[in-house]
Design a binder for this molecule. Structure first.
Ligand code: NI
Length: 226
C-alpha cells in the first residue's frame, strides 16, 4: 500500500527544517549506504548523530506520533530517528532495496523495516526530476509531493529516486516497524478503521461503531506483536 500523508508538517515547521538544514554539515550519502546500495547512490546526507538531524528528526517523529492517518495505517511499534538527504546536480539513487533490519541508538536497538517513509521538504516547483519511484508488478509508480507531505510505502519494494536535473530536493526519510508484520492484515485493519470513522453519528451509527470497534480491537489483539 502506498499512502500519502498530507500536511504532516505546517508551513512554519517546513521553513524551520529548511533553515536548520541549510546550515548543517552534509556528507556523501554513500557513507551510510550498504554494500549493495553504495554503487547506485549519489546524494548528500546528514550523519545520524548530527545535532540538526536529531533536533529536526525529533520534531518529525513527534508529528508522526500524533497523526491519526499515519497511526492507523502504520500501527507503529518503533520509528527510526529520521535521516535527511539532499539531491542536486544530477544526484539520484538507483534501484535498490532497503535492508530488513536497521540498528538504532548506536547499535543498542534494532528494528525490522516494515514500512519506509519519505517526508518532502522541498516544493516540487523548486526542482526538476527527483521522483521517488516504487517498482511493483503494476509498473513504476512515481511520487512527487508538496513540501510537508509524506509518502508511506512497503519496505519490501525495490525503489529508486530519479536524477535531480535542476534545483535541489530536500527530504527526511525513516523506517517503521509495525505492530502488525503482515502488510495484508495491516491493510485490512486500516480499511476497517477508516470505515468505522465514517459511520454516521446517529443512534444506529453509534451502535455499529461500538460493535465494529470491538471487532477491530479484537483483531488487533490477535495480530499485534509488542
Ligand atoms: Ni531506499
Amino acid at each position: 500500500m502506498l499512502l500519502r500523508i498530507p500536511h504532516l508538517l505546517t508551513p512554519d515547521e517546513i521553513a524551520e527544517c529548511r533553515r536548520a538544514l541549510g546550515e548543517a554539515d552534509w556528507i556523501d550519502g554513500r557513507d551510510t549506504a550498504g554494500y549493495l546500495s553504495a554503487g547506485v547512490k549519489r546524494n548528500a546526507q546528514l550523519a545520524a548523530q548530527d545535532p540538526v538531524a536529531l533536533r529536526i528528526g525529533a520534531l518529525i517523529t513527534a508529528r508522526l506520533g500524533e497523526n491519526p492517518l499515519f497511526l492507523s495505517a502504520a500501527l507503529p511499534q518503533a520509528i527510526m530517528p529520521p535521516l535527511f538527504n539532499l539531491y542536486a546536480g544530477g544526484g539520484h539513487y538507483g534501484s535498490h532495496i532497503d535492508g530488513a533490519i536497521r540498528s538504532i541508538d548506536g547499535g543498542h536497538r534494532r528494528i525490522r523495516t516494515d514500512l519506509s517513509m519519505t517526508v518532502m521538504l522541498s516544493d516540487p516547483a523548486d526542482y526538476e526530476g527527483g521522483e521517488l519511484v516504487i517498482e511493483d508488478h503494476y509498473g513504476d509508480r512515481p511520487v512527487k509531493l508538496p513540501a510537508g507531505d509524506a509518502i508511506l510505502y512497503p519496505s519490501t519494494s525495490i525503489h529508486h529516486v530519479t536524477p535531480v536535473t535542476r534545483g535541489g530536493r530536500l527530504a527526511a526519510f525513516t523506517w517503521i516497524q509495525s505492530m502488525v508484520r503482515d502488510g495484508g492484515v495491516r491493510a485490512q485493519l486500516f480499511e476497517l478503521d477508516g470505515a468505522i470513522q465514517q459511520l454516521p453519528e446517529d443512534e444506529t451509527g453509534q451502535a455499529s461503531r461500538l460493535r465494529l470497534s470491538n471487532v477491530y480491537h479484537n483483531l488487533l489483539r490477535h495480530f499485534a506483536e509488542l
